[in-house]
Design a protein around this ligand. Structure first.
Ligand code: ZN
Length: 281
């Protein structure tokens, strides 16, 4: 059972790898100015290098929403504004919440035992105002193969245009619009860091992270997924566990696996308290 009033850091697990775009990807940015002939919907770019990137928040939000759908008992208790409802526990422990978008009360399990909020975090607007900060950090995903994409002949730097159209069913009037996409074949760095705070929920958290990533492979990242955009594949190079003693300079406190399927070996690594103490002494 978790100690509800104490969140110590036992170590970290870092997953590093590559995200490959199997189809064009659109993660939109706000347009700064209106130019004649400009794209209706540009992609988000690094202001210094001008390379397109995937904000960590976009990836984290997508993984969260996919995991939430995989647990149908988690109801959308939180009114996110603009008639958007989603699930987010209001406290560490379970409680009732009335989402004003619906005419009934929902029970939430509490962030400590919630498969989604324990991993992705929850803010606590309730009486106790107990936030549960995310155990997961998703770094911004940077373009890896900019050299390859630099030479594509589209008139855009590293990206392509894609035209979408809708046709009025009576007058046949067309409403064409242009979207910018990162092309198929673009590769981005992936770095996901998980804070190990409690050994008893570590395996569940890892299983849920694995589940969310598997669901992403059969879903889509970014906009217009139902029309083929944003099919991605993540391959991990290494998944490295580091006990807190590693950061304190004590050797022998890291262990790596290559496949996400082997992540249970890292759970054992944190569970092995005897080894932990021997190495630390
Ligand atoms: Zn929750």
């Amino acid at each position: 059972m978790e100690d509800k009033n104490n969140r110590k850091l036992l170590g970290k697990i870092e997953l590093t790898g590559t995200l490959k775009c199997l189809t064009g990807l659109h993660i939109g940015a706000a347009k700064e100015n209106m130019e004649i002939g400009a794209l209706d919907s540009p992609v988000v770019r690094d202001p210094v290098t001008l390379e397109p990137f995937i904000p960590g928040s976009s990836m984290k939000g997508k993984l969260r929403s996919l995991l939430e759908k995989a647990y149908p008992d988690l109801l959308p208790n939180r009114d996110g504004g603009s008639y958007i409802s989603r699930h987010e526990c209001n406290d560490w422990e379970k409680g009732e919440n009335n989402n004003k978008n619906y005419s009934r009360n929902f029970t939430y399990p509490g962030a400590v035992s919630c498969p989604v909020c324990r991993l992705f975090g929850a803010t606590g607007p309730g009486e106790k105002q107990r936030n549960f900060p995310s155990r997961l950090k998703v770094r911004d995903l940077k373009l890896k193969n900019s050299e390859k994409l630099k030479n594509i002949d589209t008139g855009l730097l590293y990206t392509e245009w894609k035209f979408e159209n809708s046709i009025d069913r009576i007058t046949s009037a067309a409403n064409p619009r242009s979207l910018e996409r990162v092309p198929k074949g673009a590769e981005f760095t992936v770095s996901i860091i998980y804070d190990v705070e409690d050994v008893s929920s570590l395996k569940d958290d890892m299983d849920n992270l694995k589940l969310a990533i598997q669901l992403l492979h059969d879903d889509a990242l970014g906009g217009h997924g139902s029309r083929g955009y944003g099919q991605v594949k993540i391959d991990f190079d290494t998944i490295e566990a580091k006990r807190i003693s590693h950061y304190k300079g004590i050797e022998g406190n890291t262990r790596s696996v290559e496949k996400i399927g082997d992540i249970s070996q890292l759970v054992d690594f944190f569970q092995n308290k005897q080894l932990h103490e021997e190495t630390a002494s």
